[in-house]
Design a protein around this ligand. Structure first.
Ligand code: HEC
Length: 378
């Protein structure tokens, strides 16, 4: 025998019944921890060995409750705070709708706790260096034998006495299992080889993926959304009699947030009040709307110097003239909504705020065109 420490003395039994019969007698006579190795779970063995009750049940319960509460908290935050959205007129906190997710997260937390908690935390797996793995008893156990180990756990044990006891109570053979040799430290060469291997595998995987995609372009990843029958904007369709794929909204459609505009002529619009304050943001918004929609006809400065050719046929108004500068905000707004003579309505292009912001910007252009000495900052 070598000078290594004894890990355990193992007796091999022919059947589960023999093993179970021997345990109580051996427990009475030796004062050392016992462990059994069997080819399949044997009912009642843990009690005979004096193992305490497993805490897995309690852990699963606690983690399940934590899972349910986290799901509830998350859902409260997403649907009540971060993105509050009223669905079918129900209150934001409709707990009934949260139940499926809560259930799933409960199961998720509980299952992971049971699996990982049992394997990693309680059984401390993996144990690649467990002494039993190198013993000659284990191959028997994985077949049809049953083993009982009297473990030393660092203390001195009387090998002779235990061997005799095991044989006395029915063990067919007895093996003395030693502690394994201490683990060697991995050498730099080992690390270098491992890193090189990982590197080569990564590079190979990259090339293989690249060439597979290149040589077999038919294999498209996840294209279900691209392949569905649909109409692209501006494209023709044989489905509709006029051959056009784009349709007008159903008559009477009201855009979200739009307020119907009922004023019929420019005279009546004079009383409308611009609801926006003249802030920098509003003026910037107005300038952008003006540049994108109006400047092509009315000129960048609003002076009516159009960039259209004579083919347009009409003469865009000079928006910085005294007469138009004298119009109230409401009348300018009305022209944007309803158009005037050769000028079409811009209500489809500009939202309500953009129109009022454009009116503010027209005032800026008018003031700039008719600036006085007092306007120059000192
Ligand atoms: C396609 C060219 C064109 C575009 C684009 C255009 N307009 Fe006009 N606009 C005209 C013409 C032409 C007139 C003169 C209409 C008339 O005969 O009184 C006019 C007149 C006006 C008037 C004077 C109305 C009045 O009471 O005399 C205002 C104000 C005005 N436009 C504002 C705008 C604004 C604001 C935009 C951008 C949202 C815009 N226009 C875009 C062509 C255009």
């Amino acid at each position: 025998m070598s000078d290594r420490k004894i890990f355990s003395v193992v007796g091999i039994f022919d059947s589960a019944q023999h093993l179970m019969n021997a345990i109580p007698d051996i427990r009475k006579r030796v004062n050392a921890p016992l462990e059994a190795y069997t080819p399949y779970p044997v009912e009642g063995l843990d009690k005979l060995l004096g193992h305490r009750k497993s805490p897995v049940g309690g852990m699963v319960l606690v983690m399940g409750i934590i899972g349910a509460l986290s799901a509830l908290g998350f859902e409260l935050w997403t649907s009540g705070r971060d993105y509050p959205q009223v669905t079918a007129g129900k209150p934001l906190f409709s707990w009934e709708a949260f139940v499926p997710i809560m259930f799933e997260v409960t199961v998720l937390f509980a299952a992971f706790t049971a699996g990982l908690g049992m394997l990693l935390l309680l059984n401390r797996l993996p144990m690649f260096r467990h002494p039993m793995l190198r013993s000659s008893s284990l191959p028997l156990v994985t077949r049809d034998r049953f083993a009982l180990a009297v473990e030393a756990r660092g203390a001195e044990i009387d090998v002779e006495k235990i061997t005799r006891l095991l044989q006395e109570f029915g063990a067919k053979s007895v093996e003395v299992v030693e502690e394994p040799a201490p683990a060697g430290v991995a050498s730099p060469k080992f690390f270098l080889r491992t890193l090189t291997a990982i590197g080569i595998v990564c590079i190979l995987a990259g090339f293989i993926t690249y060439w597979t995609m290149k040589l077999f372009p038919i294999v498209k990843p996840m294209v279900h959304m691209l392949d569905q029958p649909r109409l692209n904007p501006q494209s023709p369709s044989r489905y509709f009699s006029d051959g056009s794929g784009m349709r007008m909204p159903v008559s009477g459609t009201v855009a979200r947030g739009s307020v119907p505009y009922t004023i019929r002529n420019q005279e009546l619009a004079g009383d409308l009040v611009n609801p926006l304050y003249r802030t920098e943001t509003v003026l910037r918004q107005g300038r952008q709307a003006y540049m994108n929609n109006c400047s092509v006809c009315h000129g960048v400065l609003g002076d009516g110097k159009t960039s259209l050719t004579k083919a347009y046929g009409a003469k865009p108004a000079n928006l910085v003239s005294q007469s138009i500068a004298g119009l109230p905000d409401g009348k300018l707004y009305h022209v944007i909504v309803a158009g005037k003579n050769a000028m079409a309505s811009y209500s489809a292009e500009l939202g309500e705020d953009e129109r009022w912001a454009t009116v503010h910007y027209l005032r800026v252009l008018q003031r700039a065109a008719n600036a006085r000495d007092e306007d120059i900052p000192k």
